[in-house]
Design a protein around this ligand. Sequence first.
Ligand SMILES: [Zn+2]
Length: 343
Amino acid sequence: MADTLADAMRATRAEVMGEAPAGQRDLLVGIDVGGTTVKVALVSQEGEVIANDAVRTESMKTPEEVAAAAQAIKAIADAAKAEGDRVAAVGLAVPGVVSPDDELLLSPNITLDLGALVEKLKDVFGVGVYPVNDANAAALGELWQGAGSGDSLVFVTLGTGVGGGVVVGGKVIVGGKGSAGEIGHLTIEPDGRLCGCGRGGCLEMYASSRGVVLNYRDECEKSGAEPVELEHDAHALPIFDAARNGSPEAVAAVDRMGRALGQAMATIACVVDPAAFVIGGGMSPAFDLFGPALMDEYRKDVISACADTPIVVAELGNLAGMLGSAYHAANRAGLAVKVWQKS
Ligand SMILES: [Zn+2]
């Protein structure tokens, strides 16, 4: 019996949302594999992060390394569960191309035997384990509990590269070869700067942190200005600082970044017409600097029907990959999570 009106309202909400009390819940585990750490969250089917933690793992290649990682992940989930709670599905975000058959096709930044890790996690949890590309996972996380505002979005992640995730009807578009959403390799400058993919003029070469450094060095060369000191070829932070302080070369470099993004996103809008674009990744906090040029170029280039599509900054930070992989797992396991449950 509820003692107060507030208790009664909470009870009603729990009933409506289908929330079970601690100890009787079917929960999700969302895992986000990075270069040196594995982040793990225990998540309710309503998208609440019950607990999250991380383990250090340099490599998950040998059977011993894989087994140790799986046990460490299980220990985090067990510590956060109330007695009687069950794990219903496990999602696994990885930095690489995941094929429609859940195979890791390309993972340049990590030593990982994905097949072995999936099998080991199935063993220790006793439920389905569903891998997903990490940018796709972040897209799903933002759709479910973050900056999304409908059942579709295009997520753009700005780091040392440019990645993306395309979600339509609440499901991430993987594509025939697992390469859907590789928006960093949209050509924005025919015969432009040579990209790591072997072609010229990809978005990534103008709008990633490496791209911003290249934009800046070009501008300094043009004007003859002495560049600010950069620690490495992807060290864009001092350029954003210089842009804030009014350096014309830095302002032009950041403007070039914004325009490249606007151009690419206008192209994407013609194909996907998402409910929103969400900008995440390490450079997204500089949106106040590159956003105006991005918006200006986007509106110039896009079809009129999509001119007012919201372009917003991601809200979930590090949680996006964990929440999104949990959501992906729930979808794949046929659990009844709903798109867009943000209250
Ligand atoms: Zn490329």
